[in-house]
Design a protein around this ligand. Sequence first.
Ligand code: 5GP
Ligand code: MG
Length: 173
Amino acid sequence: MRLSDEPLLHTAEIAARVVELAAEIRHAYGEATFTVVVVLKGAAWFGADLVRLLPPTTTVEFIRAKSYVGDRSAGPPEFALFPESGITDQHVLLVEDILDTGHTLAAVCERLLKVCPASIKTCVLLDKPSRREIAVDVQFRGFEIDDHFVVGYGLDYNEQYRALPAIYRMLPE
Ligand code: 5GP
Ligand code: MG
């Protein structure tokens, strides 16, 4: 596999959309305080940029779900890190890098519901609707993309390319 020469989404485009998403989120929550739950590792970059534009009372937790090996979904995610406290009775905004088949987000929501948050809303940077296998409610969505495997801005291919500041397609050699 190799990187596309041109980014699919440029750094400035991503940054501008993050500002818009933050405005939508602030508007939706109004005066209510909420907890951002960032799904590691991929959404750490997006989450860090987003929370800097949210109210200072916003609290942040991390959850670690791993479901991909190479460019293949490897079934239901495993939770390597789960924030037991800090979620119960809180309004939770789940922040994920990319929504693909939907299995990861569905499993994360199901797991979060067990610790009784006051509510769960979901924000994804990227959405590949053509790949969906399970319905997932998403309130905030950065970009809809076609069925490409993408890397950069936190997204990896076998742990590499997360450091790229823009989002690129992975192409066959
Ligand atoms: P789903 O469970 O919705 O199929 O997949 C969601 C997870 O798969 C995301 O959290 C992400 O880690 C990974 N994933 C899905 N599509 C892509 C992609 O195009 N690029 C990368 N790097 N990861 C992806
Ligand atoms: Mg992920």
